[in-house]
Ligand binder design. Structure first.
Ligand code: IFM
Length: 790
């Protein structure tokens, strides 16, 4: 290790006492904080996921800086995958060097939570500002007590910027303290990259798959007022390591701030140069500016997304936690990436993108940050080529999207997995779970409806709708019974493979076919010249939309008029009934408990399937149909997927079953926060978090997006006295407050123009921007809207 004295303070920006105060005082408002007190080694993996920080470009798990026996740090960049042809699991999100690795060494002894005495240890996730804090007081084996306050953030205002800060205090001793930043721990997480380091500038360059990723780290050291005379910094010549040391005086606190910049070859010609320049800029700006800009960006996002529940502080915090991870997962500036099932918080599912994004997550962005929703849909537009190739490979027309997708859009679902009993079992979802194409089309339509963005439809969205409709038109077959059938698929309920006429798939396909035909008519009317070019580009025959409508009308839906039930797939009603409800509390997933064959022959369902259609297409059928299907399928659902409970909460709320809605809401909110499925270690469940938000907004508040505005159908569950949230509709923000008792809705519209606010089965009003309106329930009816003063 080469050591050189570089104790001069040139290049440091004005400290200002506020920096110091800030770093010593993590926030205390419990309504914005997720707090983990103490240290339980075996919980580390899930804590690392829950407390992760991200900005849609970079994500970092919350591993303790100095590491522990079980630490699994993980730094990920959106869209950066490693595709190892020998890997069983297919392309995987690359694990990048751990920029946050920092050890504290006191008189030669490395501080560790696993040796000496932990006097105090607390991790605090500040949801409001997207900052991870750590307060730690440790007594080492010689009795020295060191206090450290650590901060970590991934900037939301400048997606290439990251910051780590440490304030270290020698509480009861004088002695040498050394901090060592060593991103080489990268090697532990990922053997497939290449690591080169320029130790002078602390730049690390790795080759992750086909992408070059560069990280440059700087340092701004700042004591309470003066740096100790002994302050030295140095670097290692043979590894990307930096260290700082000083002779600490009793009670003295020394601060170190490490701005870090990351670039990849996805957006920079020379990521190393870009990272180096950017970190120099960050050093010059100083950490106060970096934190202020980051906090301001979070505050803007919260202003468009903060949902409050009055009367249920647990639900309130769970929704903030959900919104925090959703905000952190999106990057509206990059339309070539999407959000994986676990965002950028863990390795589960190798960072693959599923229907979770369009059906579960997208509505959150639609109503709070439509540019992010657009970027996510553009990712599907850019991967349309791969979807066309997949359809062609199976002998179909149009676009069949990958069930699991990465940066290329090619099918990334592993073909086989190792079962707990050691057998290799084939995974058929990649070949059979075709509803993904309709799910993406559904999301395109919702986006169009909420934003009125015709330009997007002409440039991209219309292509997706048409190509997916073409797929269904070739996928469905007219049979001798005069009906169109879709055979050999897997629906959302993955316990049953190779089934015919899955109701979810067929109804969503029907919807896809009809909406594509509608889009053709509407675009031809609204944008005739551009539509002609789009139709020519897609080689659309004039009679194709009519064919789509004909096939849609002929598609079997499995509806039984006598009972009002949709049969989940052909033959489902003849399967064996098993007791699912009493197995729900068990720790073994139902399909493992029953075994593959018995599960297949049973009516046990993995997750919302028919119930999911109720949630997505509620207004297509009368309430009685939803009630019948929910009553039938809910007791048969094992909730073996994290996506399931929230959608049950949504539908239960709409059916006015408040107790059940709340039970499912809690179950969903605990998937990460209480690790109630035992798999939060692999990252937070983005779909479930978004589903929780949907349960509150679409279920409890009953919001629907309409052509002329929004409609509401409040069903506040027991204990919720008020729900307040903003909803963006075509550039206007409706700030909504729904009160339970007496029932009352208040809305204030921000922006320009007007929009319709309607109570379902009740009065509507044209609400003008800058005004506030109120409707109160009088007995069984909602009273007319009146303008209210603010
Ligand atoms: O997309 C889901 C699927 O529905 C069930 N298994 C997990 C996937 C990722 O969340």
């Amino acid at each position: 290790m080469s050591e050189k004295d570089t104790s001069q303070r040139s290049g440091e920006s004005s400290p200002g006492l506020s920096d110091v105060d800030f770093l010593l005082t993590p926030p205390r408002d419990p309504s914005w904080l997720i707090v983990e007190d103490g240290f339980t080694l075996v919980r580390e993996h899930e804590i690392e996921s829950i407390f992760a920080v991200a900005n849609g470009y970079i994500g970092a798990r919350a591993a303790v800086e100095e590491g522990s026996r079980l630490s699994q740090p993980g730094v990920f960049a959106a869209g950066v995958y490693i595709d190892d042809p020998n890997s069983l699991v297919g392309p995987a999100l690359a694990t990048l060097p751990d920029w946050s690795r920092l050890e504290i060494i006191v008189d030669g002894q490395r501080l560790s939570l696993e040796s000496g005495r932990v006097l105090e240890h607390r991790r605090i996730l500040d949801l409001r500002r997207g900052i991870l804090w750590r307060e730690w007081r440790q007594q080492d084996l010689c009795g020295r007590i060191t206090r450290a306050v650590l901060l970590r953030l991934v900037s939301l205002s400048d997606r290439h910027a990251l910051l780590q800060s440490a304030a270290v205090t020698a509480e009861n001793y004088s002695g040498q303290i050394e901090l060592v930043a060593d991103a080489a721990s990268f090697d532990r997480g990922n053997k497939r990259g290449r690591l080169t380091a320029d130790s002078e500038a602390t730049i690390i360059t790795v080759l992750a798959g086909k992408t070059v990723v560069a990280m440059a780290a700087g340092a701004i050291s700042r004591p309470n007022c003066e740096l100790p005379r002994s302050f030295r910094k140095g670097s290692s010549v043979d590894r990307p390591e930096k260290h700082w040391s000083w002779e600490a005086r009793l009670g003295e606190t020394v601060h170190l701030h490490r701005p870090v910049a990351i670039y990849t070859s996805r957006e920079a010609a020379d990521p190393g140069v870009s990272a180096q320049r950017h970190v120099a800029y960050l050093q010059e700006q100083g950490m106060t500016a970096l934190i202020a800009a980051h906090s301001a960006a979070w505050s803007r996002r919260w202003s468009a997304a903060d949902l409050r529940i009055v009367g249920d502080s647990k639900a309130d915090l769970a929704l903030r936690f959900a919104a925090y991870h959703l905000i952190a997962a999106a990057n509206p500036a990059d339309e070539h990436v999407s959000i994986g099932a676990r965002g950028l918080t863990g390795r589960a599912y190798q960072g693959h993108v599923f229907w979770d994004t369009e059906i579960y997550m997208l509505p959150f962005y639609l109503l709070t940050e439509p540019t992010a929703a657009r970027a996510l849909l553009m990712y599907r537009y850019h991967t349309l080529g791969a979807a066309r190739r997949k359809a062609e490979a199976y002998g179909y027309r149009g676009a069949l999207y990958a069930w699991e997708s990465t940066d290329t859009g090619a099918e990334a679902t592993p073909r086989a997995a190792l079962a707990p009993d050691g057998r290799i079992v084939p995974i058929l979802t990649g070949a059979q779970e075709h509803h993904i194409s309709a799910d993406i089309a559904y999301a395109v339509w919702q986006y169009w409806r909420a934003t009125g963005d015709d330009g997007f439809m002409i440039d991209a969205g219309g292509d997706i709708l048409i190509e997916t409709a073409r797929f269904w038109a070739s996928r469905a077959r007219m049979e001798p019974d005069g009906r169109a059938h879709i055979r050999a698929v897997i629906g959302p309920d993955e316990y049953h493979e190779t089934v015919d006429d899955n109701a979810y798939t067929n109804i969503m396909a029907r919807w896809n076919l009809d909406r594509a035909a509608d889009a053709a008519t509407r675009l031809a009317r609204k944008r005739p010249a551009e539509w002609r070019r789009q139709a020519a580009r897609l080689a659309l025959d004039d009679d194709e939309p009519m064919t789509w409508r004909r096939i849609a009308a002929a598609l079997v839906t499995g509806f039984h008029p006598a009972t009002g039930l949709f049969e989940q797939f052909e033959g489902y009603f003849a399967l064996d009934d098993v007791d699912v409800v009493s197995r729900r509390e068990g720790s073994t997933p139902l399909d493992l408990y029953l075994g593959r064959e018995k599960t297949r022959r049973s009516k046990a369902i993995k997750q919302a399937d028919v119930v999911a259609i109720c949630a997505l297409l509620w207004d297509e059928w009368p309430r009685a149909v939803h009630a019948a299907n929910f009553a039938y399928y809910e007791p048969r659902t094992a909730h073996g997927s994290s996506l399931s409970p929230a959608i049950h909460a949504l539908v239960a709320a709409r059916l006015d079953d408040g107790e059940r809605a709340l039970k499912y809401f809690r179950q969903s909110s605990e998937i990460d926060l209480a690790d109630n499925m035992g798999n939060a270690a692999g990252g937070v469940h983005m779909g479930a978090l978004a589903g929780l938000w949907q349960a509150a907004v679409f279920g409890m508040a009953g919001l629907r997006i309409r052509e002329d505005g929004i409609a509401l159908d409040p069903h506040l569950p027991p204990g919720w006295s008020e729900i307040c949230f903003p909803a963006l509709w075509r550039g206007r923000t409706a700030r909504l407050t729904l009160e339970a008792d007496p029932a009352r809705i208040e809305v204030e519209v921000e922006g320009v123009g007007e929009m319709t606010i309607r109570v379902i089965d009740g009065p509507s009003c044209r609400a003008r921007a800058g005004r506030c309106y109120v409707s109160s329930r009088q007995g069984a009816r909602w009273g007319a809207w009146r303008e209210a003063c603010r």
